[in-house]
Design a protein around this ligand. Structure first.
Ligand SMILES: [Zn+2]
Length: 250
């Protein structure tokens, strides 16, 4: 299938779901696996409301280090391939679990992307609605306090055991309600969260292609119509080229 082939009037809808594996190739450690450990601490235990309540300074130290690492990183071939796909698809949505800004820097416009686990560069109040975008405060060292209510500020990400943002969930639901997808690509995620599997299956219902890009098998693999057992930065440029190559000239 050639997506974006202008000779076809077919409306092409594509949903892409990405996870930490896509950013790992830009040098952002995943939470799971030995590279994710920080000062011998397990990130899946640091990224929790309980850890913040117990030791907000420790959690902030870790997040500032991650922010710095992300600022120093660059989008890789996977981010760029997904942005190309977005450009030449009629109806496109990227849902990323990554809190870094590499998809945005790779060229995906905000209206075509849902950052379901938040944005690491947002700092928000732990009590009121106040939040700020935080490149400019990164030199701080202590625990930031809210300028509106003086409560502790926290990173604007969704932690384990926290609710997803209703607004962002609604954007995914609206896209899924808008029709079936011709192609769903799930890349670089172990699909641990039930909602990722749910969206992938709903998006590809009624005969859509469900492609999994992951070096290892995941709970989603059994449902995929195509498995690509390669890292995202290797697999996605080839896949996108295959989908976007123009119709043969007559
Ligand atoms: Zn506040």
């Amino acid at each position: 299938m050639a997506i974006g082939a202008s000779s076809q009037s077919l409306v092409v809808r594509v949903l892409v779901l990405t996870g930490a594996g896509v950013s790992a190739e830009s040098g952002i450690p995943t939470f799971r696996g030995k590279d994710g450990y920080w000062r011998n601490l397990d990130p899946t235990k640091l990224a929790t409301p309980e850890a913040f309540a117990r030791d907000p300074q420790l959690v902030w130290d870790w997040y500032r280090e991650r922010r710095q690492r992300i600022s120093d990183a660059r989008p890789n071939a996977a981010h760029e391939a997904i942005a190309r796909l977005a450009q030449c698809t009629d109806d496109f949505l990227l849902v990323t679990q990554n809190v870094d800004d590499l998809h945005a820097r790779g060229g995906i416009p905000a209206q075509k992307m849902v950052r379901i686990h938040g944005d690491i560069f947002v700092t928000r109040c732990s009590r009121c609605e106040f939040e700020r975008y935080d490149y400019e405060h990164d030199h701080e060292e202590g625990i930031p306090k809210c300028s509106q209510c003086t409560a502790l500020m926290r990173p604007g990400v969704i932690w384990f055991n926290e609710q997803l943002s209703w607004n962002e969930l609604q954007r995914v639901e609206n896209f899924l309600d808008g029709g079936v997808c011709d192609v769903v690509i799930v890349a670089g995620t172990t699909a641990t969260f039930g909602y990722i599997i749910d969206w992938a299956l709903r998006g590809s219902r009624d005969g859509g292609e469900l492609i999994e890009v992951n070096p290892e098998a995941t709970p989603l693999s059994q449902f995929a119509t195509r498995l690509v057992r390669e890292p995202a930065a290797i697999a996605l440029p080839k896949l996108v080229e295959e989908f976007t190559e123009s119709s043969p000239q007559i």
